[in-house]
Design a protein around this ligand. Structure first.
Ligand code: GLC
Length: 450
């Protein structure tokens, strides 16, 4: 039987990063709201046992929701129509800003080891965990070294766990600074290169009434807060965890200086409203694209929103540059992005790989870039004139994507991030930065040394 390819989630009526309801979440995890196992994914699974003599091999694919001019469901449909050997049923999870929910759903699905979903997408921070648990199939025998050479080497490294390729890069994300070209021009200022410059620029924009908000970022107790903190801390020459995966440096002076600066933007220089403490990506993006803010830290997807006359009042008035740094540091962007994975328990790995090969073609990467705002993981796509036309900053900021700073790489990342989210949030609301970072340090030490 052929399974109709469709999203099991309600189609988004709002921008692609908006939230999901608890009902949607339970549904995706294969549960009804009452908690009984069932739901659309399992219904799909019962008919997705692989090849049959009469039809294509049926596989299932779970991904966080990414949405722009095209969505994943349409792209999966195109794969289905492009050939007759494999048919993919797509299941949509919450958006990437609901990182904890996406992670929890995937863990529930993969831990069942029943082979569904056959293919999934995973945030870069889960690769070690999923590989370490034996849930992600090694892909070395499917993707030759020349296949791998097409990707940025840092991404292949991020997809490699204990010497095995356990994920395939999809898109790369990095934090960057969006600024209003018209406001900076009126103030006679260049885009800021240091955090001290940024403070002055934001204050000037506010005092001369060019913008209600000087600088917006994401301080909500969520994954994105860790991303923002990684950028501030790395730009002071600090780190959360050393590459040995054991030495915790979150309470060292550079990190304290960086988190103190985050606190000060709200409470001392007042260039950021207290609202940033409850904002993740979309709530911080909206005031910027509606013309109320001079500067914004966000991911690459914002460019398209800013250029869309339907929802933006700042079309043609936005520039993008690398994030500022402290006097003694260098600009740093947090490495984000999602990768493909094949379920180690999948009974249809060849079909899964066929689908991934199609999804990874330069033409699809270009489409994700120009229609969904996701930066390519293959270097050659950056030379395509269509990319330069739709997203010029992707080419000019290629080195930002390539040199982005990872979050701590450890199979225990899900525990580490919860500590970081809670202690960073405490530091930003209560102001005892040293105390909160010291508490984070001892809790993280307990996790990574266990
Ligand atoms: C973006 C990044 C992802 C990160 C998430 C946090 O989607 O690509 O890596 O975890 O934002 O909200």
């Amino acid at each position: 039987m052929r399974i109709k390819s469709e999203s099991t989630a309600t189609p988004p009526s709002s921008p692609w990063r908006d939230g999901w309801s608890r009902r949607d979440f339970l549904k995706a995890a294969g549960m009804t709201v009452g908690g009984t196992v069932g739901g659309p994914l399992l219904a799909a699974c019962s008919t997705s046992s692989g090849s049959s003599s009469s039809g294509p091999t049926q596989i299932t694919f779970s991904s966080a929701r990414f949405y722009g001019k095209s969505n994943m469901s349409q792209i999966v449909d195109e794969y289905n129509k492009s050939q007759s050997k494999v048919h993919v049923t797509y299941q949509e999870l919450p958006p990437p800003s609901s990182s904890t929910e996406v992670h929890q759903t995937l863990v529930q699905q993969l831990a069942r080891k029943d082979g569904t979903p056959d293919v999934f997408t995973q945030d870069v921070i889960w690769i070690a965990e999923f590989a370490g648990a034996g849930w992600a199939a090694p892909l070395d025998s499917y993707f030759s070294s020349s296949d791998r050479d097409a990707y940025f080497p840092g991404l292949i490294q991020a997809c490699t766990w204990q010497g095995k390729l356990t994920a395939l890069p999809w898109f790369v994300d990095a934090g960057m600074l969006y600024y209003r070209t018209d406001i900076l021009q009126a103030l006679g200022l260049q885009p800021p290169q240091t955090w001290a410059d940024l403070t002055k620029t934001a204050q000037a924009a506010m005092s001369q009434q060019k913008a209600n908000f000087g600088f917006l970022w994401q301080g909500k107790q969520a994954e994105v807060l860790v991303c923002d903190a990684v950028e501030f801390i790395a730009s002071a020459n600090g780190a959360i965890l050393k590459p040995d995966g054991k030495t915790v440096t979150i309470a060292d002076p550079p990190a304290v200086e960086a988190v103190q600066y985050m606190y000060d933007t709200i409470h001392q220089s007042k260039i950021s409203p207290a609202d940033v403490l409850s904002w993740d990506e979309e709530p911080s993006r909206r005031p910027f694209t509606s013309g109320q803010a001079a500067l914004l830290r966000n991911w690459s997807y914002v460019w398209q929103n800013a250029q869309d006359p339907g929802g933006s009042t700042v079309v043609g008035k936005v520039g993008v540059v690398p994030l500022p740094h402290f006097d003694n540091g260098k600009s740093a962007a947090c490495l984000g992005g999602y990768q493909y994975g094949v379920n180690a328990a999948s009974k249809n790995k060849d079909a899964a790989v066929d689908f991934l090969r199609w999804m990874s073609q330069p033409a699809q990467q270009l489409r994700f870039a120009t229609e969904v705002g996701l930066a390519p993981s293959k270097a050659a796509v950056y030379d395509d004139p269509a990319l330069a036309k739709a997203n010029p900053f992707m080419q000019s900021l290629k080195s930002v994507f390539v040199g982005a700073t990872p979050r701590p790489v450890t199979p225990k990342y899900p525990q580490v991030t919860l500590v970081l989210q809670s202690q960073l949030s405490k530091a930003l609301t209560q102001g005892d930065v040293k105390g909160a970072l010291q508490a984070a340090k001892s809790q993280i030490e307990g996790i990574v040394k266990a």
